[in-house]
Structure formats: C-alpha cells, structure tokens
Write a protein that binds this ligand. Structure first.
Ligand code: TK8
Length: 335
C-alpha cells in the first residue's frame, strides 16, 4: 500500500511538472538573422541553436534561421532587434560599437595571442560586463561565438611589410577602431557593411578586406581576391543577441531555454570554427590564392604604429574596462 501511494504521489508530481512546462512555453516564432551564407560556421551554429530550442520546448518555440543578411546588415538587424521587429541575431561585436562603446575593447589589435586567451577573457567577468552594456540599449547579449583571427586579402600585392599596405583600398567594418587602425597603417580604409563586400571586391570598388580564413572560404572571396596575408592582426568575436523588448515578454523557463541553448551553441560553434580554420589555409591555396605570412618583425612594426589607436580605445571604453581586459589577458597568458 505504501509503495502504491508513493508511486501515485510521484506520478502526481510529474504531472504537475509537465503542466508547468506546457504553460511556460508559448507558441513562438524566433527570427534569427545572420550575415554569412548558410553554408558557413555561422549558419551551422544558428541551425544547431534552432534545433536545441525546438527540442527543449517540445516544438513550441520555432527558430527560423535567416542567413545571407536577408534581414539586413548587422547594424540594420540591431535596429530591428531594438525596435522589436526581429527577435535574434548574431554578428560581429565590432558592428555594435556605435551603440555600446565598450565593445570596442575587443577590436584592440593583437589583443589575444590565441583562442585560449580569447575564451578565458570573453567568457570571464570582464566579458560579461561588456556584454551587459547592451541591455540598456535594447539588446540582451547571450554568448560570444568565434568569428576568429582576421587576415588580410587584397588584389594589389602580398603584404610582406608595413609599407605594402600603402594605398591599398581596404574595406573595414563600420567602426572607428578599424578605420583608425588601418589608416594608421597607411591603408586607404573604407567602411562598408559585410553584405556589400563581395560586390565591392568583384567590381574593384575596393582592393581588399580582412576576415578570418573561414569567411574567405564560405563567402568565396578567393574568387575575387589574389593575395592572402596571414597577419592575425585581431581576434573578432561574434555575439548572439536578443531583442530586449521581446525578451521581456518571455517566461523564466523560456529565457532559460534560450540561455542554455546559447551556451551549447557556443561550444559547438567554437569547435566547428577551429576545425574549419585549421584546414582552411590549404584549401584557400587550392582555390588559387597566393598566401604569405606577415613576418613577426613587421607585425611588431604595425603594433608600434597602433600605439596611438590603443590609447584612443582605452579612452573610449573607459580606463577601468581597458585595465580589466589587460589584466584578464595577462592572467590567461600565465596559465
Ligand atoms: C557578418 C559580419 C562579419 C564580419 C565583417 O555579418 O563584417 O567583416 O567579420 O562576420 O559580422
């Protein structure tokens, strides 16, 4: 008798838990926009996230992955999130600097030496703090993904020394740190949204651009670019964001589903991106690009030229944030 009672009690509890779940997940459609093509590290991770969310809500919350900047460039999507016309997106932190100035700290040239340092700092307290600055602007930052270490491509010449950047018309992200950095290095820097980049390269409106190997491959820049220089001049994070307006309508259970799926997607995305990046250079060569490495002495000369830019970043993100990031990098490096 006692056993039977216990079982009935347990069944009742399970039923109650099920009822709570059913109420907590409303039927919802999440439009999740991104800029790269579907067959890219970005596209794969968005789809992985979508599956996780659908599974965790028993199909109640549907995530529609919309790539190719079909919903607009990074900055256009940000405005749609703020206005509540779109629920989610992923894009470069660099394109958020106009809204959340502290994001510029991730654009510091040569900040991270490897991905271990990037993960530790971005996922640590100072990464969280910078991410939280989005909230008063109308966006909730969930996690950082890896865009990756950026490398130069162009049609003029291999960049073997600092002076080779002279007069190269280089597309940069729409952000003053990138603009000032490449101007300081002597390039003719032109800010453009990513969604206009392929055409700009194809029509020779610009000579070059800089992005991780993965993007050079997935966006087929090798079709319109001759030289690739391995410069690793900066590590770019992507950030997964949610419309704050929409977020505020979600139940705690729904928010938790999104947060948990975001963390899973981060692990998936970084692993996938790194595996792809490790094979990418060989593939880029087979596509016909001429590849050279920027000598470390030249990277050092670039670093020196960028000292003034770094001082400007410290000023615009605030000395406190700058110092916290420098300390976190130091700590990660010592490990
Ligand atoms: C994609 C961009 C891209 C970035 C750029 O929307 O703009 O060059 O590296 O990943 O965010």
């Amino acid at each position: 008798m006692r056993i039977k009672f216990a079982i009935t009690g347990l069944a009742a509890m399970l039923l109650a838990a099920g009822a709570v779940q059913a109420q907590d997940f409303k039927p919802r459609l999440v439009r999740f926009g991104y800029g790269l093509v579907e067959d890219s590290n970005q596209g794969r991770a968005v789809r992985m996230f979508a599956k996780e969310v659908e599974k965790a809500t028993g199909g109640k919350m549907k995530v529609r992955a919309i790539g190719n900047a079909s919903l607009g460039s990074d900055t256009q999507m940000q405005q749609a999130l703020i206005g509540g016309a779109q629920e989610m997106m992923v894009g470069s932190t660099a394109t958020l600097v106009g809204l959340a100035p502290e994001m510029a700290v991730w654009d510091t040239p040569f900040l991270f030496a490897n991905t271990k340092e990037a993960d530790a700092v971005l996922d640590g307290p100072v990464g969280e703090k910078v991410k939280a600055t989005l909230e008063p602007k109308g966006m909730v930052g969930l996690v950082y993904w890896e865009n990756g270490f950026r490398n130069l491509t162009n049609n003029k010449r291999p960049i073997a020394k600092l002076e080779d950047l002279q007069d190269v018309k280089l597309r940069v992200m729409q952000n003053n740190v990138f603009l000032d950095s490449f101007k300081a290095l002597g390039a003719n820097a032109v800010p453009l949204p990513f969604s206009e980049l392929f055409t700009a390269l194809e029509t020779k409106a610009v000579d070059g651009q800089e992005n991780p190997f993965n993007t050079v491959l997935s966006s087929k820049f090798y079709e319109v670019q001759k030289y690739l220089t391995v410069s690793n001049h900066v590590y770019s994070p992507w950030i997964v964001t949610v419309s704050k307006k929409w977020w505020d309508t979600l139940s705690p259970a729904e928010k938790k589903v999104l947060q948990d799926a975001a963390i899973k997607s981060r692990e998936f995305e970084r692993k996938d991106t790194r595996e792809e990046a490790a094979k990418a250079l060989a593939e880029i060569k087979t596509k016909g690009m001429q590849v050279n490495e920027l000598p470390s002495a030249e990277a050092g000369r670039m670093r020196d030229k960028l000292a003034a830019v770094n001082a400007g970043i410290a000023k615009s993100v605030g000395q406190g944030t700058w110092d916290s990031v420098q300390a976190a990098v130091k700590q990660a490096r010592a490990k």
